[in-house]
Design a binder for this molecule. Structure first.
Ligand code: AMP
Length: 395
């Protein structure tokens, strides 16, 4: 696997695919610069080698050229993070971009306009990729968030740099973290899957059963499993067409010697609202008119024990409706347990959508081993898919 440290960028122009798809407010100010911060190490290494950087990214999902999605809005934020002046080209290809790239001196940075202003980007157009490729000497992919897309700048472009392509530090770290869980994880390996529905996690479960020792199931999908086993779930979220599948998963886990841990109790509510009346009851004995919105205290203790005995932990999906404070307790308790296990030497990876939001919201970000920067890309990795953006560098 070629990484940044395999190259010396002295007098080289690095064409870097970054993920600067950052949230902007109504005044076009960057609300969260995490993604810019994440690319900093890669950019600084190249500048310190004596090279220059051409940064390319998408922002949002524009339909053609839409000013609100212009990357010009983020130039100041990029300069703030990097501490270096950043030039801007108002088109990612063509004369302006070519001239600006040609003028670039060692130590300088050029940011290109939103790649998705050209529909050829998402279409994976070869000619567009070739035009982008002509701007730089070495191609660096550091955008995990789009590594699952076969777009021009993430995948197609790599063929124009047969010997001169590599992963940036961020992408390298993402790949190594996933491998640490899926390939080289110290046993016991535990996966925690929460979130709303079984249907969206089924491919992940199928893929990871070969790699784990414990599977903790929480969140809304709990109730499909509980109902399938004959439990009473009241008005809890359920996928009635997945009951058979739930039993098959449990059976398959048994044949693969994976211990499945389902909740034993639940915090129930008489409405899907933070202001609803609440109670605690056995997870398979929920009265009609009530729904389970979080795990109960006995489940917290049970799950924490499994986590503390694990050496490798993967967490995807909240254990309850954590957006409502009254149903966030189980997710927070899990965060504490994972933080504690990590302190004791376990490797913990949090990835994919809402669990990342929960970890950040409740302040566990620095207490776990790695928080993934890619939602869809992480989910597809856990499903066992080879991401096109990664494959293009490995080719
Ligand atoms: P996902 O995107 O599949 O990971 O689902 C995340 C969503 O699942 C969050 O918005 C949670 O509020 C929701 N969720 C978690 N537990 C429950 C539950 N018991 N009932 C309904 N929704 C839930």
């Amino acid at each position: 696997m070629k990484t940044l440290n395999d190259f010396n960028f002295k007098n080289k122009k690095a064409l870097i695919r970054v993920d600067f798809n950052v949230p902007l407010n109504d005044d076009f100010k960057v609300m969260d610069n995490t993604r810019i911060q994440s690319a900093k190490a890669t950019i600084i290494k190249i500048l310190e080698d004596g090279g220059s950087c051409i940064l390319m990214s998408h922002l949002g999902r524009p339909k053609g050229e839409e000013d609100k999605y212009s990357l010009k809005h983020i130039v100041d934020a990029v300069e703030d993070v990097l501490g270096v002046e950043v030039a801007f080209a108002s088109n990612s290809i063509g004369e302006e971009a070519t001239n600006a790239a040609n003028k670039l001196q060692p130590g300088q940075i050029l940011l290109l306009e939103n790649l998705r202003f050209h529909e050829e980007e998402v279409a994976g157009d070869k000619l567009f990729a070739e035009q982008l490729a002509s701007l730089g000497d070495v191609y660096v992919n550091d955008a995990f968030g789009t590594a699952h897309r076969a777009h021009a700048s993430t995948t197609v472009i790599a063929q124009f740099f047969p010997e001169k392509k590599c992963f940036g530090y961020l992408l390298e770290q993402e790949i190594k973290s996933i491998d640490k869980v899926m390939k080289t994880g110290e046993k016991p390996v535990c996966a925690v899957l929460g979130g709303a529905k079984v249907s969206s996690k089924i491919t992940i479960i199928d893929n990871i059963l070969d790699k784990i020792d414990h599977l903790i199931i929480g969140g809304g999908m709990t109730f499909t499993f509980i109902k399938a086993q004959g439990g009473a779930i009241g008005n809890s979220l359920v996928e009635d067409d997945k009951l058979k599948l739930a039993l098959e998963i449990l059976e398959k886990a048994k044949t693969k010697n994976v211990q499945v841990h389902l909740p034993v109790d639940a915090i129930i509510a008489d409405a899907f609202s933070n202001d609803a009346h609440t109670n605690t009851c056995e997870v398979n004995n929920i009265p009609n008119g009530w729904m389970g919105l979080d795990i109960g205290p006995n489940t917290e203790a049970l799950f924490s024990k499994v986590i503390l005995e694990s050496k490798t932990i993967l967490w995807n999906g909240p254990l309850g409706v954590f957006e409502m404070p009254n149903f966030a307790k189980g997710t927070i308790a899990l965060g504490y347990a994972i933080a504690e296990a990590t302190k004791n030497g376990a490797f913990s990876l949090v990835g994919g959508g809402d669990s990342v939001a929960a970890v950040k919201q409740f302040g566990f970000e620095d207490q776990v081993s790695y928080v993934s920067t890619g939602g869809g890309a992480m989910l597809e990795s856990l499903e066992g898919k080879t991401l096109p953006g990664i494959a293009a560098i490995l080719d």
